[in-house]
Design a protein around this ligand. Structure first.
Ligand SMILES: [Zn+2]
Length: 352
């Protein structure tokens, strides 16, 4: 079973894709990267109007299909306002708290394609000037971008090409430790994306004939709620979102296993399909955790909400401090890669 997880390739690929800025709404560059990755492998795909990519492998059974999705869009921000003090006010893209980006280095992506560097800071950061700096609320009023440019006024900022509506991306600070941890922003859901890309590569290079026609859907609008809820082929019976397991107090998920979600804020996932995943993990001795994510939705639940008649399930690597300073371990990527492989080569859940 080890042979379906290519540790070095997966980690290298993950490092590459976390370093391509892709806040929801600004995903062209990463989708071009993914398109090229598939083209280089000789894998056909189609592009949706929303910019997602769907690659299809014809299986032994071409009547009942499967779909697996992961998303490459991430949290980010937009320039909300150019302030009179020569700094920028931000509007957040996706769901996270302001403290999750305080102190982070960032890029402002101007309309002309320039990338301007900056740092996200509290206006009242210097303790030598602001006595109560630690007590002030982290919010849109106090958090701003300090630009690494000699600019003091709104006109000077506009002159270097920055405008309201420009996207802002956060530095991922990707790092792999000797102990096997991967620390980076945007492991949600680029860790799963790297695993799906590696799985496609494995299937293609080894001429694996899948039991059912299987679609791999790389979505680019998940963080804003509508990534994988369209363009689902009508033959799709099973729909799997491959997305992060949520870790925290009371959670079963951890950084060393694959997390299978029984229920999130959208309600329970399909019971039989979820049991099928658990049984596969048991049978193949894959380390897994069954869990409930309290404040969470996925592209699978978005598809259900959009009215698709599919069986839906969710699993993925456990991600610590999600939507902030994320971390996972190689073990979790490995367990997820293994469950992905045994799932796509398994029989479909039977109707009783
Ligand atoms: Zn996600």
């Amino acid at each position: 079973m080890n042979d379906v997880f290519y540790e070095k390739d997966t980690v290298d690929l993950l490092g590459q894709i976390v370093n391509i800025p892709s806040p929801s709404g600004f995903t062209k560059t990463i989708m071009t990267f993914i398109a090229k990755y598939l083209t280089d492998l000789g894998i056909d795909y189609k592009k949706t109007n929303k910019g997602a990519i769907i690659a299809t492998f014809t299986g032994q059974n071409d009547e009942s299909h499967r779909l697996l999705t992961a998303h490459v869009d991430t949290l980010g921000a937009m320039v909300k306002e150019i302030k009179s003090n020569g700094r920028l006010r931000l509007a957040l893209v996706g769901g996270f708290n302001w403290n999750a980006i305080e102190g982070e280095y960032c890029k402002i992506h101007t309309a002309s394609g320039k990338k301007i560097r900056g740092t996200i800071l509290m206006h009242e950061t210097s303790v030598h000037v602001y006595a109560k700096a630690g007590e002030i609320k982290r919010d849109e009023k106090h958090i701003e971008v300090r630009l690494d440019e000699k600019v003091k006024t709104p006109d000077e900022i506009r002159n270097i090409g920055i405008n309201v509506g420009d996207f802002v991306s956060f530095d991922p600070r990707f790092e792999v430790t000797d102990s096997g941890f991967i620390k980076s922003r945007h492991l949600d859901d680029k860790a799963s994306t790297a695993l799906l890309l590696q799985l496609m590569k494995h299937i293609k290079e080894n001429n694996v004939l899948l039991p059912y026609t299987t679609h791999f859907y790389i979505s680019n609008n998940e963080e804003i709620g509508y990534g994988g809820n369209s363009n689902i082929p009508e033959q799709v019976v099973e729909y799997i979102a491959v997305d992060m397991g949520a870790i925290g107090d009371g959670q079963a998920s951890d950084e060393y296993t694959v997390s299978i979600c029984a229920k999130d804020s959208s309600g329970p996932y399909h019971y039989d399909l979820t049991r099928h995943l658990v049984n596969l993990a048991e049978q193949h001795k894959i380390d897994y955790k069954l869990d409930i994510y309290p404040y969470y939705g996925s592209d699978a639940s978005a598809a259900i909400r959009a009215g698709y008649d599919v069986k839906h399930a969710l699993f993925g690597p456990g991600i610590e401090s999600s939507h902030a300073y994320e971390r996972t371990h190689i073990d979790s990527l490995k367990a997820t890669a293994q469950l992905l492989y045994v799932y796509v080569t398994s029989s479909m859940v039977k109707e009783d």
